[in-house]
Design a protein around this ligand. Sequence first.
Ligand code: PEP
Ligand code: MN
Length: 350
Amino acid sequence: MLVVMQHGAAAHEVDRVVQTIVEMGYEARPMPGAQRTAIGLVGNDGRVDSSRIEALPGVARVIHVTQPYKQVSREWRPENTVVTIAPGVSVGGESVLVIGGPCSVESERQIIDAAHIVKEAGGNALRGGAFKPRSSPYSFQGLGKPGLEFLARARAETGLPIVTEAMDPEGARIVAEYADCIQIGARNMQNYSLLKEVGRIGKPVLLKRGMAATINELLLSAEYILAEGNDSVILCERGVRSFDPAARNMFDLTAIPIVHRLSHLPIIADPSHGTGLRDKVIPMARAAVAAGADGVLVEMHPEPDRALSDGAQSLYPDQFTQLVQELRAVAAAIGRDIPAPAGNGVAARG
Ligand code: PEP
Ligand code: MN
């Protein structure tokens, strides 16, 4: 439930509403706005009797949020949330962010080379998993903590912020020491203890849609993170399981405008896992930006043919350069842009 105060309501009137909500046994979240203050009521899982609040001085109206999720809904916050992952690198504003890099961090050389390729192509952030949730226990599981250290070195050399995955609540604390944005993978979208932990950590989170999750379930998972007080959440469409084996997944572009309508959170697209096929990645990335995605997450490997995971869907370096150029044109056509990579005056490539 959301209590919208009258324009110019006095501070003591806002306090009285907050106090009443607390007396009713809920939590109050005042949100001062440019025009008026709104106060969110959290802690209920059903309809609240609002008659006591409606009668209080200074209250303009009470909005009952109709979706099962609350803080992620547009009713709760009408304007878009902009998530800043590093100074000058934000998702959800006018700009479209390009996040590129290998599926997994495989060696220091590999991730540093990848970072330079991403930066020189005009990408804005570096991805790469150090902890990998693999379908088979016999597949490469990632380098673990040394992989995080290699990512940090790649950031120090290029200035690119890093996005990397956490697989469990304990690991999330370690990942948070290195990452600018913590990725929650498709297989963990409903790992509620992990969602709560990244909510408490407070760093930006990239939450990927589960491979058989509805949009409603994706938004409810995001609600877990916001409910812990962290609203720096970026959603990610990465394809869902379908009846058709022609592609690895069915890339659900419709999710982008649907999420924009239902939620204030930004949504980016991952056409690499969405299609699983290298030659489909660029066309579907273009389509995602045209559909309004706030960014793309794309796998690129310096040598895809030697990749330890997801080589078949990883772009070659020159394809990544082509991708950024083409996305610039698509973004410009809809009045958006891809910002230049944030510079940090770092050491030149050695
Ligand atoms: C990944 O980004 O490398 C990954 C494992 O993706 P997903 O969780 O979408 O399968
Ligand atoms: Mn991958």
